[in-house]
Design a protein around this ligand. Sequence first.
Ligand code: FES
Length: 259
Amino acid sequence: MNRHFVEIVERKQLNSDIYQFTVRAPELAARALPGQFLHINCSDDVSMLRRPISIFDIDATNHRLSFIFQVRGRGTALLAQKKVGAKLDILAPLGTGFEIKPDYQNIYVVGGGIGVFPLYALLKQYPDAHKTTILGFASVGKCIRAGTFADISDQFICCTDDGSSGFHGNTAQALERQLQSGYLPDIIFACGPTVMLRAIAKLAAQFNIPCQVSLEERMACGIGACLVCACKTRTESGWQHSHVCKDGPVFWAQDVIWE
Ligand code: FES
């Protein structure tokens, strides 16, 4: 982990409260891995905590890195106001990302809501694999970047809770339908809310498919020092508290104790 001062080179507003920023960060773009996150200082106010934001795209060739975030409070509202040319103070890359094995030839990625974005950098790691992407949103108006995911996938299923686009239902229901067809992947990668991840992990276990999940948890320090982000994981002798920020956010699904 290092502290970087990086320049915003592109700023896009994707809908009323969701933004995509691209920063020029040669060292970070060379080192960051899909599933890791950035801890961003949003204000000069020293009492304000940094905000953890996952990496959407890593472009090592052009020394750029992109992230997408939703305005959820004062910190992200201040971040959203930053303009192209402004410098950002970032601690990164943080956390443990996805374990990427070259022998995965048939992969499923499953994401929900604002949590889908780390899956894009992951999909780019598998140019030759057969990729099925299942994303879930509340409604068609919330389907952010769906076309970008569709373009990089061999099969793309968009789910909406209200049926306003694609599959009417949630991602676990769509995944179950896929798995029941008998076409089983080598691995499932999932990002999103805990309730969704728990359902995906259960299906993966039922169909005996390895599964990695990226947990969403409140964070403060981002470096394993405060325990705000604790979760329970299995050990050989029982269980332990793990830090989502340091030991994760990506875990093997069978290691997570879902509560
Ligand atoms: Fe402080 Fe994880 S956020 S230990």
